[in-house]
Structures are given as C-alpha cells and as structure tokens.
Ligand binder design. Structure first.
Ligand code: NDP
Length: 323
C-alpha cells in the first residue's frame, strides 16, 4: 500500500511516499481502508521530533474509511464494510490503517467520510473546550485565537450556538470574513493591533470569561490581559512556538486567574466520553448545525505541501489527505 512515512525527523522534506506491506490487525484491532486522513498540527510536531515515536513512522492521527478486516477478539458490533472514523492513533496517512476497535466510531450514513475524517480531532477538541474545560453558557464573552483555523472555526460555531459573545483573532481580512461567517461578533486582526487592548474595549473594560489560545508563544502574555478577574486561559496549542517558563505570581496580580493546558486524550479517556463527544459532533454535522470548511484537500502524495501550507499560515479550516 501507499503511505507517507518518515525515517528521520525534520522539515516537510522528510515526508516520503513509500510502498509498504498492508498491515495485519492484531487482537482487538481493525484494518480500515482509509478514504481521508486529517492533517493536524500534531503531525508537524511528530515530524519535527518534538513528540517522540519510533522510526520509520507513518504519520497521521485521524481518518475515516471502511472496515476491511477484523483482528481476533473484536466484538463491539463492527463488521467489514462499516463506515468508521477515529483519531489519536498514529498511521492514518496511508491507504490502510490498523486502529484499535475501542477507538473507532460509526459514521452516520448521511455524513460524508471526508467530513467525518475532518471533524474527529478538531471537532472533539472544540467540544471539550466549550463544554468541559470551560462550560460556556449564553452571555459569556470568549476570545478565540486563530479563529479561521481548523479548531478555531469549529469552536467559534459551537460557542456562538451556545449564545456566547465570540471575539475572534485572525491574521488576514479573508480569514476575518470566515470567522464572522462562523458566528464571531467581533474580529481582531492581531497582526495589526494589540488584541488585549481591543478585547478590553469590546467588553467595556470587563474582560472575557475565557480565552482559548492555540497560538502560544506570541499571544500568551497578552491573552492573560484579556481576562476578567478569575477568568480562565485554556492554552491548548502552540502554533507559534512553546510558551517560555512563567512566573505564577502573575496569575495573582492579573486577577486571580486560572490557566489550564488541556489535551484531547484526557477528554476522551473512556469509551463513554469518546462516544458522547463523537456522537454530538457527527450529529451536529448531520443536522447542518456544524459546518466543516474543507478548502484544503490534497492527494496523499502531496502531504508535504499540506504541511508547508499549514505551517506557513496559508490555510483555513480543515486540511485533508485523500487516497
Ligand atoms: P490551525 O488551522 O489553527 O492552524 C494554525 C493557525 O495558527 C494558523 O492558520 C494561524 O492563523 C495561527 N498562527 C499564529 N501564529 C502562527 C505561526 N507562527 N505559525 C503558524 N500558525 C500560526 O491549526 P489546528 O486547528 O490544527 O491546530 C491549532 C492548534 O491547536 C495547534 O497548535 C494544535 O497543536 C492545537 N491543538 C491542540 C489540541 C489539544 O487537545 N490540546 C487538539 C487539536 C489541536 P492566523 O493566520 O489567523 O494567525
């Protein structure tokens, strides 16, 4: 089968299209014929070696397709031909992937497999951020950084549906239009002005209840300035680089603030939680209540181009590789 493999870590140049044997599913595992694989920032971290894994490695942590074969002891209602999706398991940049049955969810017939592949990781991330990390309610004010990005557009839609006042940050006017379409009431071009001052102005000096910050290094300090007393900074990513060491006394002086550094894995820890979040997200898509922006679709062989586009801030919404 064809797959995108790395045998060393580094820039997007290390992504190679290779021919390797189709894998065999072991106990409790399932062989899936992949139709689409999601591209996520975490794939860049694995490629760069920031996250460790044995080499050679087939990249990719998210996909959707049809069940090809079952390994021994798979007994959770899966059958060959079933339409399934998953995330959090390495190896999706390939024509076939082996996935533990416990990580697979059924995809409703009305949901396109490409869409399913695209909403698993970022959709469930937006879900836990808005429903668990900080359980939004109507009237809350929130700041969503990189709101035209993969997680950003989904999070903006979810927060808006709950009735929150979404203030979005983006780098370009084109991205601003997308954030507004997703429901953001206010959009700040954070490359052109101080987003903390602007956020305070937009909230009549009060500050927002929560900041969802996926950008990290370049936004972190100012994100803290945007919060109301006892507000929460959910620092869930580091697209601009890692946040340097931080003196905790600032949490006190800036208003008894809270910070969390959440990860999806801890919010879909049990089968029950995975099913609850995946079902919500897939149902919202099915009912048209959650839209996936899928402008960036690449053939599997062009994975390196997808990585470059993502890292160089050229993309909006979801990036997919199709087989
Ligand atoms: P995005 O589609 O949001 O792409 C990244 C965006 O970040 C860019 O489009 C850009 O938007 C913005 N950005 C700002 N500064 C930079 C920079 N220096 N380099 C590159 N991009 C920059 O990606 P994802 O939605 O896939 O992921 C967003 C972040 O969330 C990632 O850091 C990812 O690791 C993290 N994440 C964390 C999860 C968790 O559970 N903790 C789960 C999923 C994702 P603009 O041009 O508008 O500034």
């Amino acid at each position: 089968m064809k797959a995108i493999q790395i045998s060393e870590t580094g820039s997007a140049d290390v992504l190679n299209l290779v021919d390797i044997p189709k894998p065999t599913p072991g106990e409790g595992k399932v062989l899936v014929k992949v139709q689409a694989s999601g591209v996520n920032f975490i794939d860049v971290y694995f490629r760069e070696g920031r996250y460790k894994a044995d080499l050679p490695l087939v990249l990719g942590q998210e996909g959707a397709g049809t069940v090809e074969a079952l390994g021994p002891d798979v007994n959770n209602g899966l059958h060959p031909g079933d339409r399934v999706a998953w995330c959090g398991v390495l190896g999706s940049y390939a024509e076939y992937a082996v996935v533990p049955a416990s990580q697979l969810v059924h995809v409703p017939d009305a949901v396109d497999l490409k869409v399913a592949a695209g909403v698993m990781l970022q959709g469930m991330t937006a879900h836990y951020l808005s429903h668990s990390t900080f359980k939004l309610k109507s009237g809350d004010a929130v700041l969503v950084h990189a709101a035209a990005g993969g997680v950003g557009l989904l999070l903006t839609q979810m927060a808006t549906r709950i009735g929150a006042h979404v203030i979005a940050t983006v780098s370009t006017r084109e991205k601003a239009a997308l954030a507004r379409e997703a429901g953001a009431r206010d959009v700040i071009l954070y490359t052109e002005c101080c987003f903390d001052e602007e956020t305070r102005r937009l909230t009549d000096g009060r500050g927002v209840d929560v900041v969802y910050d996926s950008v990290g290094k370049t936004t972190f300090e100012r994100s803290l300035n945007c919060l109301r007393p006892r507000g929460l900074l959910a620092l869930y990513g580091a697209s601009s680089g890692a946040v340097p060491p931080f003196d905790l006394i600032q949490l006190s002086t800036k208003g008894s603030l809270f910070i969390t550094r959440p990860a999806l894995g801890h919010y879909i820890h049990t089968r029950q939680e995975l099913e609850r979040r995946a079902t919500d997200v897939l149902e919202w898509v099915e009912r048209g209540q959650l839209k996936l922006h899928m402008e960036f679709i690449y053939p599997l062989a062009r994975a390196a181009e997808a990585h470059r586009d993502l890292e160089e801030r050229r993309t909006t919404g979801k990036l997919l590789l199709v087989t």
